[in-house]
Design a protein around this ligand. Structure first.
Ligand SMILES: Cc1cc2nc3c(=O)[nH]c(=O)nc-3n(C[C@H](O)[C@H](O)[C@H](O)COP(=O)(O)O)c2cc1C
Ligand SMILES: C=C(O[C@@H]1CC(C(=O)O)=C[C@@H](OP(=O)(O)O)[C@H]1O)C(=O)O
Length: 344
């Protein structure tokens, strides 16, 4: 359960079901938060936050107790006056209007409130704990920016490189492509606009046989539920995903073979899932991330007090592209989904 608002005193998460006796590496949790934190690059929001994690419950003498683990992150750099002029004139495509209706006008509108991408900091903290649980079972998760505004990274041939990619300030496989992507972000920013893109992620080490074909246990369904909880994620596809529509069966099928005494598939177009059940190959998927809704260009809205159409100008310090900062967030959502699939 994630709590808090972008401009409130703090945000955080209460994580249930963490196994007792885990020697929690809080520095590793902090490293994950540092990968996501704002204010670190001209291609990101200028809001500066420390994003230091504080554990309030569920940890005793360095080990998890098995009771709810509460992690808190304080907010420190809110510019709430930036939002006063759009309190009743919702930003197109942010959560403002939907949140206004759901909360009957009582939502904290400052900085997007609970709908802000800032709430992905506690998600990353929770995912970092999940990653530690998974690592003990030999399960690893890595991701990279696969495209930004049509500029594509090299294709992922070997998931082993993703650990190294996680150390990069701009997490791509091909740094030259990364330069082009950053240029595209800065050009959009210069024009008061934003761009979107995609992130490819791989989960290795999940055993075959987890999940079920239907409803709540379908592995694609479980992963999707977590991934769509990340704001700005607008598409999730597994394995070859949308490219399946351009293939013949003979190209799309993954032939079986035996390697080191194990049944494996030569290709992994299915993304490690057949019939809603893991097949022992890496679970691979790509998420599509929309362009940031808050852009500096004037936009059309409606004054919810009068019902009149009006033009708005958005202030605030926004990410001109969400994709680079969302990479650790997608890994975190995948880690929580993997735990759910394993019944942890
Ligand atoms: C890491 C991260 C950072 C984000 N930064 C911004 C931002 O600076 N400005 C903005 O308008 N939206 C930003 N978003 C996206 C909005 O929070 C999101 O579009 C909004 O809540 C509506 O949700 P939806 O796009 O899923 O419909 C960010 C999302 C993430 C994951
Ligand atoms: C603070 C973060 O991102 C924020 C996400 C966000 C949004 O609308 O989603 C809007 C901006 O908020 P503000 O106008 O307060 O600067 C971003 O800075 C963060 O990711 O930690």
């Amino acid at each position: 359960m994630i709590f808090g608002e972008s401009h409130g005193p703090a945000i955080g998460v209460v994580l249930e079901g963490v196994p007792a006796g885990l020697e929690l590496d809080l520095e590793a949790v902090q490293r994950e938060l540092d990968r996501r934190k704002p204010g670190q690059s001209p291609t990101a929001t200028a809001r500066k936050e420390d994003d230091r994690v504080e554990v309030l419950s569920g940890l005793f003498e360095g080990k998890t107790t098995g009771t709810p683990l509460t992690m808190l992150i304080r907010n420190g750099d809110q510019h709430s006056s930036d939002y006063a002029s759009i309190r009743y004139t919702p930003r197109p495509s942010h959560g403002d209007y939907a949140g206004f209706i759901k909360s009957q006008g009582c939502q904290d509108y400052r900085g997007g409130g609970h709908f802000s991408g800032r709430l992905t900091a506690p998600l990353v903290a929770a995912g970092a704990v999940a990653k530690q649980v998974l690592e003990r079972r030999g399960i690893r998760i890595g991701a990279h920016i696969s495209s930004i505004y049509g500029i594509c990274d090299a294709s992922l041939e070997d998931t082993g490189v993703l650990e190294e990619v996680a150390q990069k300030a701009f997490p791509v496989l091909d740094d030259a492509k990364g330069e082009e992507m950053q240029q595209a972000i800065l050009e959009a920013k210069e024009e008061g606009d934003s761009v979107g893109g995609a992130i490819e992620c791989a989960v290795t080490g999940l055993p075959a046989g987890l999940g079920a074909p239907d409803f709540g246990c379908n592995v694609e369904g479980v992963f999707s539920q977590y991934l769509f909880s990340v704001p700005a994620v607008k598409g999730v596809d597994f394995g070859a995903g949308v490219a399946f529509s351009l293939m013949r069966g003979s190209e799309a099928n993954d032939p079986f073979e035996v390697r080191d005494g194990q049944v494996v598939t030569r290709t992994n177009h299915a993304g490690g899932i057949n019939g809603g059940i893991t097949n022992g190959m890496p679970v691979t998927f790509e998420v599509t991330i929309r362009p940031t809704p808050s852009i500096a260009l004037p936009q059309e809205s409606v004054d919810l007090r009068t019902g009149e159409e009006t033009e708005i100008e958005i202030h605030g310090r926004h990410d001109p592209c969400i994709v680079p900062r969302a990479v650790p967030v997608i890994e975190a959502a995948a880690a929580l989904a993997a735990c759910a699939v394993l019944g942890i």
